[in-house]
Design a protein around this ligand. Sequence first.
Ligand code: NDP
Ligand code: PYC
Length: 347
Amino acid sequence: MTDATILTIDALKERVEAIFRRAGLNAVQAGALAGVITAGERDACKSHGIFRIEGALRTVKAGKVRPDATPELAPPDGSAIVRVDAHGGFANPAFALGLPVLAERAHALGLAALVVNDCTHFSALWPEVEAVTAEGLAAIVMCPSYATVAPAGGTRPLLGTNPFAFGWPRRDSDPYVFDFATSVAARGEIELHRRAGKPLPEGWAIDSEGRPTTEPEAALAGAMLPFGGHKGSAIGTMIELLAGIMIGDLTSPEVLDRLGSTLLAPMHGELILAFSPEAFAKGRPGDPIARAETLFEAILGQGARLPSQRRFAARANARAQGIAMSSQEIAQLDRLLAEGLDAVAWD
Ligand code: NDP
Ligand code: PYC
C-alpha cells in the first residue's frame, strides 16, 4: 500500500467507536462493535472489518436494530443453558454479557450452551470462539444469516451463509480455531469483488435463472452456493435447525422476509456451545490438551498450516507495526465520523 496511514490497534478502535457513538449507539453497543471490527482489520479479515460499518449504520437508520439496547441475562437456573436477550441490539455485547456465566457452567457441568436471542449479527465468529477458548474450553459457535444461498441441487436463495466456527484451547500457543461461512464464500467477499470490479471464481454462485455465473452483480441478484455441495448444504440446514428453530429464533428465510433487504445486517439468534476437554476425558488415559498438540504437530509436520495461522500472524504484525489503512479507508472513516447517520442512505 503506497499511500498507507499506520494506526495503532487502539487508535483504530477509538475511531470506530467514535463513529458509532456519533451515530447514536450507546456505550455498550459502540464498544463491542468497535472491538470486533477493529479485530477484523487487525487480523487482516477485510470482509468483516471497517467495510461493515456502513451496513451497521444503515441498519440503525432503517430502525431494524436498537442502538440503545442493553442486553439482559436471564436469571441463572442451575441448568446448562445460559440465555441472553439482546433486546434488539447487536449480538456482540450480548455475547460478552453471557460469556462468564457460560464458562462457569461449562466448567461445573462439563458442557454448557449460551443462547443469544433477538440480536443483529454481522460479524465474524472467531472473536467469540477465541474468547471461549481463553477460558480453557472448546467451543462451537453458529448462527443463521439471511436467505442468500441455494440448497445443493436447488435454484433459489433459501439458506443463509450461516457461519460455523470451532475452537480448541492450547496452553502455550494461540488456540486452534476455524471459522467459515457454509457457503463457498462469505457474502462480504462477493461485495468486495463487485467493488473491485473483479469476476468471481467459478462455482461460487448462480444467477437469478439458476445458471452458473462469475458476475458479482448477477450473483447478488441470484444465489450463492453452499461449500462442498450437499455436505455444506446439510451443515447450513443444521445451523438453521439448531441456531434458528431450536432456540426459538428466526431462520434465514424468515430473516429476509422480516428485513426485506440484504443491504441491512441480519437479525436472528446465535448458539454458542462450550465443552470442558478435561471433564469429557475424565478417567481416560492421557491429558486431552497435551494429546491435541501431537495432532497439531503431525498436521504441521506435513507442511500444512493450521486454520487461523494467517490471522494470528497478521495480528502479531499489527501489534508490532500497527495497521496500514489506505487513504480511501481513512477518508471513509473521517466521513462516517463527520456525517453520522447522514453518511448512509436508507428510505
Ligand atoms: P475463509 O474461507 O476465508 O476461511 C475459513 C477458515 O479456514 C479460516 O479459519 C482460515 O484461517 C482457514 N483457512 C483458510 N485457508 C486455509 C488453509 N490453506 N489451511 C488451513 N486453514 C485455512 O472463510 P469464509 O470466507 O468462509 O468466512 C469469512 C468470515 O466470514 C468468517 O469469519 C465468518 O464468521 C464470517 N461470516 C459471518 C457471517 C455472519 O452472518 N455473521 C456469515 C458468513 C460468514 P485464516 O483466517 O488463518 O486464513
Ligand atoms: O459475509 O456472508 C456474510 C455475512 C452475512 C451477514 C454477515 N456477514
